[in-house]
Design a protein around this ligand. Structure first.
Ligand code: FE2
Ligand code: FE2
Length: 379
C-alpha cells in the first residue's frame, strides 16, 4: 500500500523515463519531483525532504553512483533505488555497497517499480521509527537511572539517619558516651586512610565506629552508670555488648562487614580479648584499627575518677600495649597518621565511655587526677 503523499524524486537524463515513472507513482498517490541530472537533483534534495529517490546510474556529468555518495552526505535516511539501463552488475553492486535500497533494470516493470518504492519507503520509516524508539528508550533509561540514583541517595540518607539515631540512642542513655562514637570513627578512618585502605573498607570502618558500642543499649543503665566496682555478673553484661551489637545489627544485610568489625572491637592482639579470644590477623583489620581508635579516645576522655590523659600519656599507653593489646602495625600507623597531628592540637576534655570505665576494674574508683597508664585500663 503506497504511503499517501510520500515525496519521491525521480532522476534520469531521459525525460520519457521520468514521465513514465512519475505517472505511475502519481497514480498511487506519491508526490513526484523530477530532475534531469544529478546536480539539479542535489539542489532539490537540499530544499525538500524526500522519502525515496529513484536515480539512473548512467547520466552525463555526475553519474548516479556519485549522486548516491552525495545523497548519503546530505540525508542518510532517504531510500535510494538505482535504475540501470542495462545489466550493470558493477554499478548495481557499488550502489548497494553505498546503501541503495535496491536496483531496477530498464525496461522497467512498473508494478515491480511501485512495489519496490513502497517497500523502500516502508523500510526507511521503520529505520526512523526504530531510531526514535532507541532515542526515547535512551532518555527513558537515563531518566530511570536518575530516579533510581535519587531513590538510592534517599535510602542512603535514611539509612545513615537510622545509624546516627541508633548511636545517639546510646549516647542519650549515658552521658559518658557523648560524641565518643563519632570521634572513634574519625580517628579510625584517619588510620584507614594512612594505610591506603579502599573507600569501601574506610566506609565500613566509619560505620563500625558509629555503631561499635550500640550493644550497650542492652545493658542496664544501673550497670552502665554504676559508680562503684562491677560484680562478675555486671562485668559479663558489659562484656556482652559486642555480641549484643551483632544481634541488633544482623537484620541489616548491607552491614555484614561492619558487624564483623563491631563484634571484634574488644579482641586483643595477644588473644586475651573478648568475645571470641581471636588473636593477630584473625581479628578483622577494621576491628584492630577500631580498637586503637577506641582506646585512644577512652584514654584522652575524662573519667569520673580521673582527668583525661594528655595526648603524650595516651600515646605512651598505646605504645606500651603495642603487640599485646594492639596490633603494633596499627599503633605505628596511628602514630604516623596525620589524624594524630590533628588530635594533638585539640585539648582533650571529655568523658570516657563506660566500658573503658568498667574494663578498668583495677583502676575503678581511683581518685580524680590519677593517671592510669596500664594497658588493662583500656577497654
Ligand atoms: Fe566497646
Ligand atoms: Fe567504645
Amino acid at each position: 500500500m503506497a504511503e499517501a503523499g510520500a515525496k519521491v524524486l525521480v532522476v534520469d537524463d531521459e525525460s520519457y523515463v521520468r514521465d513514465i515513472i512519475c505517472r505511475k507513482l502519481s497514480r498511487e498517490s506519491y508526490e513526484c519531483d523530477q530532475a534531469e541530472n544529478a546536480e539539479k537533483a542535489l539542489a532539490l534534495i537540499t530544499q525538500g525532504s524526500y522519502e525515496c529517490i529513484l536515480s539512473d546510474i548512467n547520466m552525463p556529468g555526475m553519474d548516479g553512483i556519485e549522486l548516491l555518495r552525495n545523497i548519503r552526505v546530505a540525508d542518510s535516511d532517504v531510500a535510494v533505488i538505482m535504475v540501470t539501463g542495462a545489466p550493470d552488475l558493477d554499478g548495481a553492486l557499488e550502489a548497494m555497497r553505498l546503501g541503495a535500497y535496491d536496483h531496477l533494470c530498464k525496461p522497467l516493470n512498473l508494478d515491480q517499480l511501485s512495489l519496490t518504492v513502497e517497500r523502500a519507503i516502508e523500510k526507511k520509516r521503520l529505520v526512523e521509527e526504530n531510531r526514535e524508539y532507541q532515542r526515547n528508550l535512551e532518555s527513558k533509561v537515563q531518566e530511570r537511572t536518575k530516579q533510581l540514583h535519587e531513590a538510592n541517595e534517599e535510602l542512603r540518607r535514611l539509612f545513615m539517619g537510622s545509624i546516627k539515631a541508633l548511636a545517639q540512642a546510646l549516647e542519650a542513655k549515658d552521658e559518658y558516651t557523648q560524641g565518643h562514637s563519632e570521634r572513634v570513627s574519625e580517628i579510625a578512618i584517619g588510620i584507614g586512610r594512612y594505610l591506603s585502605l579502599s573507600e569501601k573498607d574506610i566506609s565500613d570502618i566509619w560505620l563500625a565506629g558509629l555503631l561499635h558500642d550500640i550493644g550497650k543499649i542492652g545493658v542496664r543503665e544501673a550497670v552502665l552508670n554504676k559508680p562503684g566496682k562491677l560484680n562478675d555478673e555486671e562485668w559479663k553484661s558489659i562484656q556482652n555488648h559486642p555480641v549484643m551489637a551483632e544481634r541488633i545489627l544482623c537484620p541489616i544485610e548491607e552491614l555484614t562487614a561492619v558487624i564483623s568489625i563491631v563484634r571484634h572491637h574488644h579482641e586483643r592482639f595477644d588473644g586475651s580479648g573478648y568475645p571470641d579470644g581471636l588473636s593477630g590477623s584473625d581479628i578483622p583489620l577494621g576491628a584492630r584499627i577500631l580498637t586503637v581508635a577506641d582506646a585512644y579516645d577512652a584514654l584522652t576522655s575524662r573519667r569520673p575518677y580521673r582527668d583525661a590523659l594528655s595526648v603524650e600519656d595516651a600515646l605512651s599507653v598505646l605504645e606500651d600495649a603495642s603487640g599485646t593489646q594492639f596490633d603494633p602495625v596499627i599503633v605505628r600507623a596511628f602514630l604516623s597518621s596525620t589524624e594524630l597531628h590533628k588530635l594533638a592540637t585539640e585539648k582533650p576534655d571529655r568523658c570516657a565511655e563506660p566500658d573503658s570505665v568498667h574494663d578498668a576494674k583495677q583502676g575503678h574508683g581511683a581518685p580524680a587526677g590519677t593517671l592510669l597508664l596500664k594497658p588493662t585500663d583500656l577497654s
